[in-house]
Write a protein that binds this ligand. Structure first.
Ligand SMILES: NC(=O)c1ccc[n+]([C@@H]2O[C@H](COP(=O)([O-])OP(=O)(O)OC[C@H]3O[C@@H](n4cnc5c(N)ncnc54)[C@H](O)[C@@H]3O)[C@@H](O)[C@H]2O)c1
Ligand SMILES: [Zn+2]
Ligand SMILES: [Zn+2]
Length: 362
């Protein structure tokens, strides 16, 4: 089968003929129908990856074509979405419903000693995040898959697996925003827009979106932002205080640069929270003054994958989309072929492109 292989740091994405193993145990063979281009895969391919060659791609949707002997949660013909959240289902965190902090995430991968799921020219090939969606087919552990309704279109379905779980989950699960509360979303990209959708679903009274590009802010209004602020031209801390009166109940940082996060903390109301999701520099973080923070009863929380339970949340967002209550169509800016990944990532630099999705695997 064809797969796009990254052979080393900075060596891009090259389509090759790659072998896929037979499904063992809880593995499911999925024919990929859509695969989203997320920034983190580009980071792996250009500066943080260690395991090469590798097939990346972690926003995957497709059809189940074969199941391993121990699979119980899905069957041939099911439409599924994959997620990079790996969980064992048996540790104390999994058993308390918090699968996103599983203590044995490697349980969804093949243990050392077993043949690789992927190989190229007779040698093993790594599989990005247990998913490897930049390929015609892939083998995924059933715990990393959720079944979606057949009528869900493929391109928006793929985006649910990372960007939607992260953005909407940050609001609904991590912050547990209550109706009538106020939210600030910093960074109006492909993930931040889903936080806007999440805030809308939860009944936020005020949804302020902050970015440095007017085009992104215009799009944010279409997703449900009640106020937008261009932080290049307006002091965002003052703007948030003007809009909310006393700061925001929940401030979500999808940018992750020290000056931005410092401003984000200043926007938090008494009793409110700051949520750290994005990382754009190696020293991303924030200085927290204990006295100021304790006297205002504030919290600062790191958010991994929107604190999501993928088996519950992926079908939920698909359902909200099908009911017209969650905008995913405007996230799909461009559909491309498997051999166009490099150009697809280039296109993402354009301010008007939210997400690029591979839908042609021929
Ligand atoms: N924590 C997690 O589990 C998790 C999961 C997925 C993605 N992420 C991260 O979430 C972040 C957002 O992802 P994305 O795909 O939406 O990225 P993106 O590039 O599409 O969006 C980032 C947005 O931030 C804006 N921006 C840049 N600098 C800014 C500044 N100084 N002030 C205000 N806005 C600024 C950009 O204009 C852009 O609209 C990334 O850092 C990504 O790695 C985290
Ligand atoms: Zn991602
Ligand atoms: Zn576990």
């Amino acid at each position: 089968m064809k797969a796009s292989v990254t052979k080393g740091l900075g060596q891009g994405f090259v389509v090759e003929e790659v072998e896929l193993a037979q499904p063992l145990g809880h593995e499911v063979r999925v024919q990929v129908k859509a695969s989203g281009l997320c920034h983190s895969d580009l980071s792996v391919a250009t500066f943080i990856g260690e395991d090469f060659p590798v097939v990346l791609g972690h926003e995957v949707a497709g059809v189940v074509v074969e199941v391993g002997p121990q699979v119980t949660q899905t069957k041939v013909g099911d439409h599924v979405v994959g997620s990079l959240i790996q969980y064992c289902g048996a540790c104390v965190n999994c058993l308390s419903g918090r699968t996103f902090v599983c203590l044995r995430p490697e349980a969804t991968l093949r243990p050392a000693g077993q043949p690789s799921r992927l190989s190229w020219q007779g040698a093993p090939v790594a599989q990005g995040m247990g998913l490897g969606g930049f390929a015609q087919e892939t083998l995924i552990h059933e715990n990393q898959l959720a079944v979606i309704p057949d009528e869900m279109p493929w391109a928006p379905a793929a985006l649910i697996g990372c960007g939607v779980l992260t953005g909407a989950g940050a609001v609904l699960n991590s912050a547990q925003l209550q109706h009538g509360e106020t939210a600030v979303i910093i960074g109006a990209g492909g993930v931040g827009m889903n936080a806007v959708s999440g805030a809308r679903v939860a009944g936020a009274e005020t949804i302020v979106v902050i970015d440095i590009e007017d085009g992104k802010l215009e799009r944010a209004k279409a997703f449900g932002a009640t106020h937008v602020v261009n932080s290049r031209t307006t002091d965002p801390v003052e703007a948030v205080r003007d809009i909310t009166g006393h700061g925001a109940d929940h401030v979500f940082d999808f940018v992750g640069a020290r000056p931005v996060t410092a401003q984000a903390l200043q926007m938090v109301a008494k009793g409110g929270g700051l949520y750290l999701i994005g990382v754009s520099t190696g020293d991303a973080g924030v200085e927290v003054n204990s006295i100021a923070t304790l006297s205002a009863s504030q919290k600062v929380q790191g958010v991994y994958m929107g604190s999501s339970n993928l088996k519950r949340d992926i079908p939920l967002y698909a359902s909200l989309y099908l009911q017209g209550r969650m905008n995913l169509d405007d996230l799909v800016s461009k559909e491309i072929g498997l051999s166009d990944i490099t150009a697809g990532y280039e296109a993402l630099k354009d301010g008007n492109t939210a997400r690029v999705v591979i839908t042609d695997f021929a």
